[in-house]
Design a protein around this ligand. Structure first.
Ligand code: 5GP
Ligand code: ZN
Length: 114
């Protein structure tokens, strides 16, 4: 996906404030943070929405979640708490069509979400 902004970030063609990276995924700060800590975790492979991840590739989603928890521990907010969210399509509020897990922390988050 040559035109996808998150593919470009994954390839380091567009700068981002990287928090963690390995061969399969990248975590970086959101450009418009909705909480004191707002990190996005993406697979380097392009999946347009959660609907496009086949069950055979579920390990990708698992690694996003376990990496989010590791970032929370490494940055000292695991015990206070945090929220992980993946928006899907229009009703879910998705605006960038390359799957990403939001990791939000640093303030008391309300429920239900807006
Ligand atoms: P969505 O609305 O799709 O769930 O979340 C997309 C997120 O990506 C938003 O929180 C938005 O602020 C963030 N975002 C959009 N474009 C960029 C960008 O170029 N760089 C970074 N770091 N974040 C971005
Ligand atoms: Zn992409």
């Amino acid at each position: 996906m040559t035109d996808c902004i998150f593919c470009k970030i994954a390839r380091h063609e567009v700068p981002s404030r990287i928090v963690f990276e390995n061969e399969r995924l990248l975590a970086f700060h959101d450009l418009f943070p909705a909480a004191p800590t707002h990190i996005l975790l993406i697979p380097k492979s392009h999946y347009t929405t959660l609907n496009d991840v086949p069950a055979s590739e579920a390990v990708v989603l698992g690694e996003l979640m376990t990496t989010a928890a590791q970032i929370a521990r490494d940055n000292g907010f695991a015990d206070d708490g945090y929220r992980v969210v993946m928006n899907c399509n229009s009703d879910g509020g998705q605006s960038v069509y390359h799957i990403h897990l939001h990791l939000l922390a640093g303030r008391k988050l309300t429920w239900p979400p807006g």
